[in-house]
Ligand binder design. Structure first.
Ligand code: UD1
Ligand code: CA
Length: 466
């Protein structure tokens, strides 16, 4: 098996972005542009690519971390010079060297793989094989001049092209696979091109031809793949194209999107079959949604794990887990590592933070539960608040199984409501309520046993007697 290394050029200033942020750190579908290039290269070669950085290199290094090997291009002297920065790391280390840009996030690993395979399988020992695209919209790209035998004669940059060459429709995408034994010496022979006196990587074509080594080209077939980002209009174009690609993938996997154009799904999100996503819904980060769910409209899920058959309407879930058959909304927010067990029901205007809600907990109307453990089947009535913050510390509330926390109860944490206990409407609970007891008033005092079980039994008897 021939070995493959990859070099990603990401030292450009990105001045046309007009931004404080380095171009390759601008997010696309929630992830920095450079992430896409790094991951594509890693998937392709199984090893960390060499990332050529310059502008805000510290921020790029911090973000990518161990996933790439970094080399610095202190001065921006052209694409050939940028590739040369990788020579100390890669010379003699790989049979083939892939070169691509950090600002082309829609390039698929499969396309890169086809390019590498085409190069490796080609007869005639080509010096390089490049990716091209045929289009009526030249985008300022270099034009490909072919020989009669279909190998590449030259790449002509737009600024240097004759009127006749400008009409050529085959474009240089900027992705190349090189013979690793040939590349580095060829780069050393490139001379600067006026007026900016940059060292152009595209000059390798003339060097290969002069040395009798063929240059091959593989034509890509997806126009979205060659979207390179130079300004924010390109960024929006790429965002729309990536959204179409991601959404199509989910639809072909059995997910219904009522309006794909108004559904925003991040690249790392998974969704189960027969789930329906309603418009104006954003699923981002490491979100995983199960099967047979209904999500949206108007919902935002960030790093959410959602079990099967859940229903989330006009709500926000962040860094939290929902088991099966959870229903929430409209206007609910769940955050901070909350865990909602099977069958939890949350109605309108509820917030749950960093709390565990047992199976079947009901929390139907405007209430806040933070830093709490709520037992199975407990009822959190309208207006209940866990007063979890005393101005200094966050304190824990425990609500036992089957407890009934009455409307407008203030639970002044730390406090425990025992299993099967009841609090009266408007009570302010400052001391623990033992299991099965009822507490009322401000501050709440125990007045006897919880009468609900007996009342329920009586109702059942009356109904049965009819
Ligand atoms: C280049 C190609 C052109 C091709 C086009 C496709 C050359 C001479 N031309 O032109 O044929 O059609 O890409 O997009 O290569 N970079 C560095 N260091 C540098 C210079 C560039 O890291 O010193 C990086 C940039 O960050 C960018 C990439 O290389 O990601 C391309 O550079 P750019 O100057 O934009 O090349 P183009 O003029 O677009
Ligand atoms: Ca460019």
């Amino acid at each position: 098996m021939p070995t493959l290394a990859s070099v990603i050029l990401a030292a450009g200033e990105g001045t046309r972005m007009k931004s404080k942020l380095a171009k390759v750190l601008h997010p696309l579908a929630g992830k920095p542009l450079v992430d896409y290039a790094v991951e594509a290269a890693r998937q392709l070669s199984g090893r960390a690519p060499v990332l050529v950085v310059g502008q805000q290199s510290d921020a790029v290094r911090a973000y990518i971390g161990e996933r790439a090997v970094f080399v610095e291009q202190a001065e921006r002297r052209g694409t050939a010079h940028a590739v040369q920065m990788a020579e100390p790391v890669l010379r003699g280390q790989a049979d083939h060297v892939l070169v691509c840009y950090g600002d082309m996030p829609l390039l698929r690993p499969e396309t890169l793989r086809r390019l590498v395979e085409t190069h490796a399988a080609a007869p005639g020992n080509p010096a390089l094989t490049m990716l091209t695209f045929v289009s009526d919209n030249p985008r300022g790209f270099g034009r490909i001049v072919r020989k009669a035998d279909r190998t590449v004669a030259a790449i002509v940059e737009e600024a240097a092209a004759t009127p006749e060459q400008l009409t050529l429709r085959e474009l240089n995408v900027g992705v190349y696979v090189f013979d690793g034994a040939w590349l580095w010496d060829a780069l050393a022979r490139i001379t600067p091109t006026p007026p900016k006196n940059e060292f152009y990587l595209t000059d390798v074509v003339a060097l290969a031809n002069a040395g009798g080594r063929p240059v091959l080209a593989l034509q890509g077939d997806d126009p979205d793949e060659l979207i390179g980002i130079n300004n924010r209009a390109h960024l929006a174009e790429a965002e729309a194209a990536l959204r179409r690609r991601i959404n199509l993938g989910h639809m072909l996997n059995g997910v219904t999107l009522i309006d794909p154009a108004a559904t925003y799904i991040g690249p790392d999100v998974t969704i189960g079959q027969d789930t329906v996503i309603y418009p104006n819904t954003i699923l981002q980060g490491r979100t995983a949604v199960g099967a047979d769910c209904q999500i949206g409209p108007n919902s935002i899920l960030t790093n959410a794990t959602v079990g099967d058959s859940c229903r989330i309407t006009a709500s926000v879930v962040e860094d939290s887990t929902l088991e099966r058959r959870v229903e929430m909304g409209p206007f609910v927010r769940v955050r901070g590592g909350a865990y909602l067990c099977e069958g939890v029901q949350m109605g309108n205007y509820g917030e749950v933070k960093k709390s565990h809600l047992g199976p079947g907990v009901k929390m139907h109307h405007f209430s806040y539960v933070g830093d709490a453990e709520v037992g199975a089947g407990a009822n959190v009535s309208a207006g209940v608040i866990t007063c979890n913050y005393d101005g200094v510390n966050k304190n824990q509330t425990i609500i036992g199984e089957g407890a009934f926390v009455g409307s407008d109860t203030m639970l002044v944490a730390p406090v425990t409501i025992g299993a099967g206990a009841l609090t009266g409407a408007g009570s302010v609970v400052r001391a623990d309520v033992p299991p099965g007891k009822v507490a009322v008033g401000v501050p709440a005092r125990i007045i006897g046993d919880n009468p609900i079980p007996e009342r329920r039994a009586a109702k059942k008897r009356a109904e049965g007697g009819k």
